[in-house]
Design a protein around this ligand. Structure first.
Ligand code: DOR
Length: 449
């Protein structure tokens, strides 16, 4: 592989923005310097006027393989991810069969080794009765153990208090949780069904999957983690109230961290009138007040990570009535552009975005040599053009499901190119068919700087 030189880049990294050249050799960043003279045979990319970010590490995706590959698969969704500046992904266990043991985990790694366009790790799922699998899992086998503490797509609810206690007491890797209290949700479903029948208006979704249901479950997860001194990362916060459960201590002092997803920072309940079940997701998109509180929590570092919860379903499935439309949105291709819009609106700095999508996920999951633009690290890079607007349309959506909640929307900024392990994986609308990701090396799960 020839060396690659990215020149005149404005590099956003570790709290600063500075102009420099980046030399890549053998997949890794060899040198970062004010000016590096190109030599014969090197690939040179002039990034003048653009910014270079460490590629996004998305700690929550559902790529649907195995078992629901009519919605998406590792090849299709990772290609869309790379087009969105995502260079590593961590995939969820609610596939079919669910990823509940190390054999299923290794099956996913084998599939990814052949098909993933970005770097990958896979979560082991928790159930009410797989504690032995969890006790025996090694940090180099998985980014973490996922507990559905609320029922969602794929029937993986863990609701046995003894099982939860045992998992929080003994899990040797980070625990990540989906938090919504299922009995509270079921009671609300009964209430609204009595009023509306089967065809409940979408605007009721955040009242059924309510703020109370989220708070009860998130509070329980935090309580269990405190009781057992467990390492906990609570996924997709959606409410102002849940934010109060988390501190803004420096990351190296945190054992309990939190994530928010891009759609919960972009949409609010006013969108149900126009988007309907297309934006049905669990936990539900809540109010404008919640959205503002989540943004503030990102800025204040009560929320540590921004991810996608990319969860494709077919267009046909999403057009069903309330109870029959599955929850989840495809997002990986448009997550970074949506965050760049938050930057353009003055709500997040580029440095904060990079911290939440790259640095912090690398640190809290112990990902080796990624998440920063540093000499010696893998060259996982997203080159963005803040001044190149683009419109999401059927012609440029790469998800297998072929639709996006942003369909027809014009973002003010776009992803120009993506490097994965030093190779140009995406440029100008085209994903390279010959660039593949690597298995993420996970060293330990203490925050690392
Ligand atoms: O909306 C969601 N969709 N939330 C989840 O927890 C699961 C996901 C899916 O897999 O469809």
């Amino acid at each position: 592989m020839p060396k690659s030189l990215i020149c005149n880049a404005r590099i956003v990294n570790e709290g600063t923005i500075r102009e420099a050249d980046i030399l890549i050799d053998n997949g890794r960043i060899e040198k970062i310097a004010a000016s590096i003279e190109a030599q014969n045979g090197w690939d040179v990319l002039d990034a003048r006027g653009k910014h270079v970010l460490p590629g996004m590490i998305d700690d929550q995706v559902h790529f649907r393989e195995p078992g629901a590959t009519h919605k998406g698969d590792i090849a299709s969704e990772s290609a869309a991810a790379v087009a969105g500046g995502i260079t590593s992904f961590m995939d969820m266990p609610n596939v079919n069969p669910p990823t509940l043991d190390s054999e299923r985990l290794e099956d996913k790694y084998r599939r990814a080794a052949k098909n993933a366009r970005a770097n990958y790790s896979f979560y082991l799922g928790a159930s009410n009765d797989n504690i032995e699998e969890i006790r025996n899992v090694q940090p180099n086998q998985t980014c973490g153990v996922k507990i559905f503490m609320g029922a969602s797509t794929g029937n993986m609810l863990v609701n046995d208090p003894n099982a939860l206690n045992a998992i929080f007491a003994d899990c040797p890797v980070p625990i990540v949780t989906h938090c919504e209290d299922t009995p509270t949700i079921q009671a609300a479903e009964r209430y609204y069904r009595n009023i509306h029948g089967e065809d409940i208006p979408m605007a009721m979704h955040p009242h059924i999957r309510s703020a109370d249901a989220c708070y009860m479950s998130s509070a329980l997860a935090v309580e269990l983690a405190n009781r057992h001194q467990a390492r906990l990362h609570v996924l997709h916060l959606t409410t102002a109230r849940e934010v109060t459960l988390f501190t803004n201590a420096p990351l190296e002092h945190k054992r309990i961290t939190a994530e928010v997803c891009v759609h919960h920072l972009f949409f609010d309940d006013s969108y149900y009138a126009t988007k309907g079940t297309l934006i049905k997701c669990n936990p539900a998109i809540k109010t404008e007040v919640d959205k503002q509180a989540l943004l503030r929590a990102v800025v204040e570092s009560r929320i540590d990570v921004i991810a996608t919860d990319h969860a494709p379903h077919t267009r046909e499935e999403k057009q069903r009535t309330y109870f029959n439309a599955p929850a989840g949105l495809p997002l990986v291709q448009h997550a970074l552009p949506s965050l760049l819009q938050q930057y353009r609106l003055g709500r997040l700095t580029l440095q904060t975005i990079v911290q939440k999508i790259s640095h912090t996920p690398a640190r809290i999951f112990g990902v080796v040599d990624r998440g920063y633009i540093r000499e010696g690290y893998w060259a996982d890079l997203a080159i963005i053009d803040l001044r190149a607007p683009f419109t999401v349309s059927r012609n440029n959506i790469l998800y297998k499901c072929g639709w996006s909640p942003f369909d027809g929307y014009t973002f003010p900024s776009s992803v120009f190119a993506t490097f994965v392990n030093g190779q140009l994986a995406y440029r100008d609308g085209r994903v390279s068919p010959s660039v593949f990701g690597k298995r993420l090396q996970i060293e330990n799960y203490e925050p690392r700087g």
